[in-house]
Design a protein around this ligand. Structure first.
Ligand code: PMP
Length: 346
């Protein structure tokens, strides 16, 4: 056997469906497809991003200093506490390499983002799953032998945020590294990034993919204690996986916070409207988690035939087979989804 043994435990990561797949399979014209399956921002990034992208020199390797200083002003932490990567995925890849190895264990409250499990296994470690129960909350204690804990808040796919006192208590009572994934935090009531100052086992992951509308450029970052930032720079790939395009776009987007905040406020008000109409769990993210009467794969298939892409949550471990996740789109997109969904329910 040439391959590493851990690969046999892995299935490919399942992403939300894309435009090409749906036009090919269902013959729906591209213009009629609405994509509410990947938690992207329907308003895209600030117009300053397109301008910035015209100025890049693609023959040069990327430089990260200006990006770090823009992130530092945005997040309110010194550059020494910020690490960057190709999406938060890239950041997590390097971070897990710092802490997990053969025989280690990670704790993953489920249902949640599946990449934590993949990275744990790829590093030779073992994921321990804890079911999120009442209101999708995480367990209050961590087994002693766990090396890393992944808390997604607001959680993908359930949309709930973990309260500060729970995160604090957990972090204070464990030796493990607590990774708080705040991919969707701009849509939430509050961030807990400030806790990085207090705890040396606490990391907050962030991304430019969601509120800032830069999913296609792959740019993420994390706020970490200084000792972790130093080790991160040893284990990270050259240029941290960033590109001239992601750097230029990231800086431009961070300089136009007004645009980002406006798109977030439109998405949040649409989220409340859709939530009332759907009568589902409340959400602090840019999506809703909806329990379906029919099995979720059937619901997803019926919507796909009409060109509406949502996420069938069967691929989320612990989600069962009666949940879908719907990204909040523009008012027009949400209306089309709502009409189609309500027709399915009668
Ligand atoms: N964390 C969560 C909870 C996510 O949903 C995603 C995106 N699907 C990521 C991290 C990764 O984001 P990025 O695009 O920055 O790699």
């Amino acid at each position: 056997m040439r391959l590493r043994q851990c690969l046999s435990q892995l299935k490919p990561y399942i992403a939300g469906k894309g435009y090409t797949e749906i036009t090919r399979k269902y013959k729906v014209p591209l213009k009629d497809i609405i994509k509410l399956g990947s938690n992207e921002n329907p308003y895209g990034p600030s117009p300053q991003v397109a301008r910035a992208l015209k100025t890049i020199s693609v023959e040069r390797y990327p430089e990260s200093e200006e990006l770090l200083s823009a992130l530092s002003s945005y997040i309110g932490f010194p550059e020494e506490n910020i690490v960057i990567g190709a999406g938060m995925d890239g950041v997590m890849e390097t971070l897990t390499r710092l802490f997990l190895e053969n025989g280690d264990k990670s704790l993953i409250p489920i249902p949640t983002f599946s990449y934590y499990e993949i990275l744990t296994i790829l590093n030779g470690a073992k994921p321990i799953f804890a079911e999120r129960v009442l209101d999708f909350e995480i367990p209050k204690t961590i087994p002693n032998d766990v090396k890393m804990v992944f808390i997604c808040s607001p959680n993908n796919p359930t949309g709930n945020a973990t309260p500060e006192d729970v995160v604090r208590q957990l972090t204070e009572t464990t030796e493990a590294i607590v990774f708080l994934d705040e991919a969707y935090v701009e849509f939430a009531e509050k961030s807990l990034a400030n806790l990085v100052e207090k705890y040396d086992n606490f990391i907050v992951g962030r991304t430019m993919s969601k509120a800032f509308g830069l999913a296609g450029l792959r740019l993420g970052y994390a706020v970490v204690p200084e000792w972790i930032a130093e080790q991160y720079r040893r284990a990270a790939p050259p240029f941290f996986g960033i590109t001239c395009a992601s750097v230029a776009a990231g800086i431009a987007a961070l300089r136009d916070l007004e645009y980002m905040r406006l798109s977030v406020s439109k998405i949040c008000s649409e989220r409340e409207r859709l939530w009332k109409a759907m009568r589902c769990s409340p959400s602090q993210a840019n999506f809703l988690y909806v329990e379906t009467i029919e099995p979720s794969d059937i619901v997803a298939e019926k919507l796909l035939r009409q060109g509406i892409i949502i996420r069938d949550c069967r691929s989320f471990l612990g989600s069962g087979d009666h949940h879908i996740r719907v990204t909040i789109g523009t008012t027009e997109q949400n209306n089309r989804f709502l009409q189609a969904y309500q027709k399915l329910c009668v």
